[in-house]
Design a protein around this ligand. Structure first.
Ligand SMILES: *Cc1c(COP(=O)(O)O)cnc(C)c1O
Length: 449
């Protein structure tokens, strides 16, 4: 049995897969913040043309530029592993595979799109990017990508993470980025929040407002988003395409795929290329795994909402908990987003994708078992996929089914060891977001149609 299933550099995919080509219905249109129809041109203040084209494209295959592939080769193709030590520990008849996206320099899947986005901006003569970051993963990824193409990067980092994750900040600075704790006094959105909540710990929604405001207000600066948007999921499909080729090498095919789901990019990245087979009639279950504290797919509603807290972004139809939903300070920072990808949301609404919510303690227990068997310490976000996979593998113990399971190890947890510390000290809690609080923020959804 092979432990690592590797592709040669020359076998790295040459095209991204666009799921829109295989969706039963076209994606719901994007609307302007006031609910009126929007033309893609309205996005040119913050995005380059190539990205806007990809955002609305229905073409099945989109070529990955050579310049992007050259940078991706620094860590891609990423290895696919057979987690046989975990299988033995669980005494499961299931086969468990995982794709290791922790091998990128920034430690997660996010550079897959950061590199592409930086490239398309540079191609259009934009040499400065503004963005937000929650736990620091995306900020690091864009800082790295900007550095590879000689661009300036400014990052609005959610204040609580800025204070708790000083090494993520140092990494961004090492790659040449400027980093500020959000909310800041530098933007109207930041000042507006600070007036109401001077001690605001910040949120991803607020930091997005700040970065978008800066990009919209400066001709030399564009915005880059690390998840949610169609083009981001498109860039991540290289994960699933590689995984498919790697499984072919060992003659396997997954029955179920699990991935953590915050905005949906690593889930879409690993799952969408397999959706093409599902659309063609193959039986496969694609499962997004979210925290019970931020249960967007499992407890939110499918409606038009803003992507940010302040209501500056266009409206997309998505599963949402309400744009002013304040998720509790759980340790999987990358999963604390009120909304979700429009593509994931629509397919979930149509019953073509599944979702499960898992409490925090169970995810860290799963991460600990994974680290003790497979060696790699998963990011708290990735622990969600590990936990869902373990649940299924245990089910297989009961039923005796030798299912083939694949999950995405979206990142490592080397900068999250204070969260593991709290888990080991027994200080972590489960948090089920109360239904009343969800109803409260859903009452503030924009009125559309
Ligand atoms: C950002 C992040 C996530 C969640 O974001 P998605 O867009 O849903 O993929 C998951 N895992 C890691 C390691 C992350 O950094």
């Amino acid at each position: 049995m092979k432990t690592k299933i590797l592709l040669k550099e020359a076998e790295m995919p040459t095209h991204w897969y666009n799921i829109v080509a295989d969706m039963p219905n076209p994606p719901a249109p994007i609307l302007a913040p006031d609910g009126s129809p929007i033309s893609p041109d309205a996005l040119t203040a913050i995005f380059p043309d190539a990205i806007i084209e990809q955002e609305v494209s229905a073409e099945r295959w989109i070529a990955i530029p050579d310049e992007v592939r050259e940078v991706l080769r620094l860590w891609r193709p990423s290895p696919l592993y057979r987690a046989d030590r975990l299988e033995k520990a669980l005494k499961t008849p299931a086969k468990i595979y995982f794709k290791n996206e922790a091998v990128s320099p920034a430690g997660s899947h996010k550079p897959n799109t950061a590199v592409a986005q930086a490239y398309y901006n540079k191609q259009q003569g934009i040499m400065r990017l503004a963005t937000e970051t929650g736990a620091g993963q995306w900020g690091c990824s864009l800082a790295l990508a900007g550095q590879m193409f000689g661009m300036e990067v400014r990052v609005y980092m959610v204040k609580v993470s800025y204070d708790q994750k000083p090494y993520r900040r140092s990494m961004m600075q090492t790659w040449g980025a400027e980093v500020f704790a959000s909310p800041t006094e530098m933007t109207q959105s930041g000042r507006h929040i600070l007036e109401k909540h001077p001690d605001s710990p910040g949120s991803l929604g607020i930091a997005i407002s700040e970065a978008v405001e800066e990009a919209a207000g400066r001709a030399d600066t564009n915005y880059a988003l690390g998840s949610v948007l169609n083009h981001v999921l498109l860039h991540q499909t290289i994960i699933g395409e590689e995984a498919k080729k790697q499984l072919e090498l060992v003659g396997d095919y997954p029955d179920i795929i699990f991935a953590p789901c915050g905005g949906g990019s690593n889930f879409g990245g690993i799952a969408f290329p397999f959706f093409a087979d599902k659309a063609a009639g193959k039986k496969i279950d694609l499962v997004a795994v979210e925290p019970t504290s931020c249960p967007t797919l499992t407890k939110g509603i499918y409606a038009y909402d803003y992507g940010d807290t302040e209501g500056l972004t266009p409206l997309t139809k998505m599963y949402t908990l309400g744009h002013d939903f304040m998720p509790p300070g759980i340790h999987a920072g990358g999963l604390r987003y009120h909304g979700d990808s429009a593509l994931v949301s629509q397919l979930y609404d149509e019953g073509l994708l599944s979702a499960v919510a898992i409490p925090q303690m169970e995810t860290f227990q799963a991460g600990e078992l994974f680290a003790k068997t497979q060696g790699i310490i998963p990011a708290p976000e990735s622990c969600h996929a590990v936990a869902a996979t373990i649940r299924e593998a245990k089910r297989c113990v009961e039923t005796g089914e030798p299912k083939t399971l694949l999950f995405n190890l979206s990142g490592h947890g080397h900068f999250d060891m204070s969260s593991y510390d709290r888990y080991f000290k027994g200080e972590l809690e489960d948090f089920e977001y109360p239904d009343e609080a969800i109803q409260e923020s859903l009452a503030h959804l924009p009125k559309v149609g």
